[in-house]
Each structure stands twice: as structure tokens, then as C-alpha cells.
Write a protein that binds this ligand. Structure first.
Ligand code: NAD
Length: 251
């Protein structure tokens, strides 16, 4: 039980990678408060399944881009499970595919709100608790898109995930002296509803063919790396953006 009683907050924990990571932390003994926007059924199912088995899970409906809702979510999380020790700021998404020349300002702004502002707000809320305790680990959600520009019509998304990669570096320097580590994960093609919605089967197959490990990643492939970055085993690692891609970018 590597994370026995450790207080963890995860944004966007009701589906995909967030849900797999929520489950992995719960299985490792952590107390996990996770926010969700729309995935109410999956969020409630996680709560029921783990609380019935003696674990501590709390699902909180909250818009990760709304400062008041983020504050409320962290207050609820801490009332239930004590000071947050690990944050996984996972909420985000592509929203839609759009060539830059056809991208309305509203889509650009929404992409930055959902992917960047959400992470910034979660970091602020977590750091208000972590800094005085001089303890904590933050993992942000970037993407391979930050490093290779992303797929078709994804410039708004790739730029936002690039901002996350840079924020990881800035924040690691800012809070490292206070004993807080900040890292990010940069997944490649992971089989979640993200690609069910935005990618074609042919596009996904082409991705697999380019990938040395010859498969799509699974949400659990990312969850395992998040736990490892949160763990004491990574105690001297900060400011890293860890690719989880099966080598896709090498082709
Ligand atoms: P997903 O759609 O299942 O997960 C996205 C999560 O973000 C959902 O739980 C959603 O509710 C949450 N979210 C989005 N906007 C929100 C808001 N305003 N408030 C609260 N929650 C909000 O897909 P996923 O693939 O699990 O994506 C999780 C993260 O991983 C995203 O940030 C995504 O950009 C990133 N990512 C995914 C891939 C991939 O291939 N699937 C690759 C790289 C990065």
C-alpha cells in the first residue's frame, strides 16, 4: 500500500486516463477526491465500488475552469481527506479539430481554458496547502502534441499542451525549494473516448503502425507513470515531461 492514507486530488477523474489513475491510487491505499464535469455515472460507480471495499473515494462535480468551483472542490476534498499531498491536473481535451485559419477565437480560448487555466487553478489551490507544509507532488497533463505539434487540426490543443510543458518547468523551479515536485506526463495515442470522438479508425491504425511497440496505449499505461512520479521513488525528479508513447515519435 504505497499511498496508504495519502490525500490525492485528480481533476477530470470520471473517465479515461483520469478514471484509471483514480482507480490506481485507490488500489494503492490513497484517499482520492476527483472532479468530473459530465461523467456522473462512471464517477458514482468508482465511489460505490471503492468505498464498499474500504477505500476512500469522493467524486465532486466541478467545472475545472471556474475558479469558484475549483476552490469549492478543494475545500470539499480537504474536509474529507485532509491536506492535499498529490495533485494530478488531468482535465483537458481537444474540443474539436480545426485548421488554424478556420479556428474562431472562442475555440482557441476554450482550449486554453480547459487545458491550461484548469491546471493553473488546480495548482494554485493545491499549492496554498502544500507550500506551508513544505510537501507535495504535482503531476500535470501535457501531450505528445506539445512536442510534435499534434495531429490534423490540433494547433489550439498542441499550443495549450505546450504551455503545460512550460508551466511544468517554471513551477518546478518556483516550488522546488519548498520541497514540492512538479512533473508532467506527455501521452501519445491512448485508447480513450478522446480518440473515439476525434480520430478515425484508419488514423488510429496508422498511429499504431508508426509506433515501435505496435499498439495504442491504455489509460493504465499512463496511470502507472503518474503513480510512479507521485511516489517517493521519484523523490529527486522534478521539472520532467515524461513521454508515454510507445516510441511513436521516433518514426
Ligand atoms: P477523456 O475525454 O475521457 O478525459 C478528459 C477529462 O477531462 C474528462 O474526465 C472530462 O470530464 C475532463 N474535463 C474536460 N473539461 C473539463 C472541465 N471544464 N471541468 C472538469 N473536467 C473537465 O479523455 P482522456 O484521453 O482520458 O483525456 C485526459 C487528459 O489526457 C486530457 O487532458 C487529454 O488532453 C490528455 N491526453 C490524452 C491523450 C489520448 O491519446 N487520449 C493523449 C495526450 C493527452
Amino acid at each position: 500500500m504505497e499511498f496508504e492514507n495519502v490525500s490525492v486530488v485528480i481533476t477530470g477523474g470520471g473517465s479515461g486516463i483520469g478514471s484509471a489513475t483514480t482507480r490506481a491510487f485507490l488500489a494503492a491505499g490513497a484517499r482520492v477526491a476527483f472532479t468530473y464535469a459530465t461523467s456522473v455515472d462512471e464517477a458514482r460507480a468508482i465511489e460505490l465500488e471503492y468505498n464498499r471495499n474500504g477505500r476512500r473515494a469522493l467524486a465532486i462535480k466541478a467545472d475545472a475552469t471556474d475558479p469558484a468551483e475549483v476552490e469549492r472542490a478543494f475545500a470539499q476534498a480537504q474536509e474529507a481527506f485532509g491536506p492535499v499531498e498529490v495533485l494530478f491536473a488531468n482535465a483537458g481535451g481537444l474540443l474539436k479539430r480545426s485548421r488554424l485559419t478556420e479556428t474562431p477565437l472562442s475555440l482557441w480560448q476554450e482550449a486554453f481554458a480547459v487545458n491550461v487555466t484548469s491546471a493553473m487553478l488546480a495548482c494554485q489551490a493545491a499549492l496554498r496547502v502544500m507550500e506551508p507544509r513544505r510537501k507535495g507532488s504535482i503531476i500535470l497533463m501535457s501531450s505528445l502534441a506539445a512536442l510534435n505539434g499534434g495531429g490534423n487540426g490540433a494547433s489550439h490543443y498542441a499550443a495549450a499542451k505546450g504551455a503545460i510543458a512550460t508551466l511544468t518547468l517554471s513551477l518546478a523551479k518556483e516550488v522546488g525549494p519548498l520541497g514540492i515536485r512538479v512533473n508532467a506526463v506527455a501521452p501519445g495515442l491512448i485508447a480513450t473516448r478522446f480518440h473515439d470522438i476525434f480520430s478515425t479508425p484508419e488514423g488510429r491504425q496508422a498511429g499504431v503502425t508508426r509506433t515501435p511497440l505496435r499498439r495504442e496505449g491504455q489509460p493504465e499505461d499512463v496511470a502507472d507513470v503518474v503513480l510512479s512520479l507521485a511516489s517517493e521513488r521519484s523523490r529527486f525528479i522534478t521539472g520532467e515531461v515524461v513521454k508515454i508513447t510507445g516510441g511513436q515519435e521516433l518514426a
